[in-house]
Design a protein around this ligand. Structure first.
Ligand SMILES: Nc1nc2c(ncn2[C@@H]2O[C@H](COP(=O)(O)OP(=O)(O)OP(=O)(O)O)[C@@H](O)[C@H]2O)c(=O)[nH]1
Length: 325
């Protein structure tokens, strides 16, 4: 188990490559626009990538959009769809310039040109926004797991608290740490360890509800903040998260790697006025006890009221189901 430390800083390779790809897409698209104008002004017959029905699939931007890299699909799906829509609409407007009879009707030419200009402007603006989002992900997301890092945690905690208050629920922190992860690295290699971290992140993400922050909190540590109606509800969440990690082995290059985790669960108590820092500290202490108690389980920090320590009541705990490796 490592003490909560930040993962190695993102090297930025993936994100800067994406940003360069987007710049190239904008440049290629503007070059394509010049060809459109040239053909129109010189009354030339345009090639297929300008006026064919599927011109939006033939151009370089269309090909790139059809196979947009996974991080973009994950973080920017809505923006990508907006770009695809504008791109198609712009191609349709251009094709309208060469539609039968259009060139001899000034109204139709005007209409096609205005559509072209409007969609072109929106398209380039959406691509610029995508690039900004990619660069901002570079600063706030872990490149290995694509999970957020801690930068926005206080803000996310504040939003979750407000939501919990509205619903009459409580905020919980579940700090989860993979068991004997060093042994996985030592036995199967660092690349296999990376694959395990990616797979665990995916399994945990599949179990979380929208709006509940799941972070890569340290090397092999993950943090979930969530709301629950009562303790039993929170315990079920802890059970589910640990079961998701250890339910089945991770397959990597023909090998099966058994994985399990320990976790510390703590409830935030608005009435004590204790901070996020206190919540994280108590979940870390509970995690430490889960490790000491033999791993593959979660333990809960007891209510931290003034004048009463966390250990005053016997700790609650749960165990993850056995691995069926
Ligand atoms: N492959 C890989 N390993 C990492 C990464 N970040 C941290 N680690 C490794 O995670 C291991 C954590 O080891 P320990 O702190 O000894 O913990 P542990 O082996 O999981 O043991 P317990 O937590 O006590 O069950 C170290 O060997 C780190 O090098 C990463 O991004 N990729």
């Amino acid at each position: 188990m490592t003490h909560p430390t930040m993962p190695a800083p993102a090297d930025g390779d993936v994100a800067s490559q994406l940003a360069r790809d987007i710049d190239a897409a904008i440049a290629q698209h503007l070059a394509w626009t010049h060809r459109v104008l040239r053909c129109a002004l010189l009354h030339q017959t345009p090639p297929g990538d300008i006026c064919a029905d599927n011109a939006h699939e033939q151009c370089e931007l269309g090909k790139w959009l059809a196979h947009a890299p996974a991080p973009l699909q994950l973080h920017n799906a809505e923006l990508l769809n907006e770009i695809r829509r504008e791109h198609m609409a712009m191609h349709a407007a251009v094709a309208g310039l060469w539609a039968a009879g259009a060139r001899t009707d000034p109204n139709r030419v005007q209409q096609a040109l205005s559509g072209f200009e409007r969609h072109q402007r929106h398209l380039v603006s959406a691509l610029e926004r995508l690039k900004t989002a990619v660069l901002s992900n570079l600063l706030t997301c872990d490149p290995l797991t694509q999970l957020p890092l801690r930068h926005r945690l206080p803000e996310q905690f504040g939003a979750l608290r407000a939501q919990a208050n509205r619903r009459g629920e409580a905020v919980y922190a579940l700090l989860l740490d993979l068991d004997h992860f060093k042994a996985i690295n030592d036995t199967h290699g660092h690349a296999a360890g990376d694959a395990v971290l990616r797979e665990v992140a995916q399994r945990l993400r599949a179990c979380t509800r929208q709006g509940e922050p799941l972070l890569r909190y340290g090397g092999e540590e993950f943090l979930l903040l969530f709301t629950a109606t009562d303790r039993a509800h929170a315990h079920r969440t802890a059970d589910r998260m640990l079961a998701a990690v250890s339910g089945q082995p991770v397959r990597y290059q023909g090998e099966e790697i058994a994985v399990s985790a320990s976790a510390g669960l703590a409830r935030h108590h608005d009435e004590t006025g204790k901070s996020l820092e206190n919540l994280l500290q108590r979940s870390d202490e509970a995690l430490y006890r889960a490790k000491r108690a033999g791993r593959r389980r979660w333990m809960e920090s007891e209510i931290a009221r003034p004048g009463r320590c966390d250990q005053a009541r016997p700790p609650r705990q749960g165990r993850a189901p056995s691995v069926t490796a």
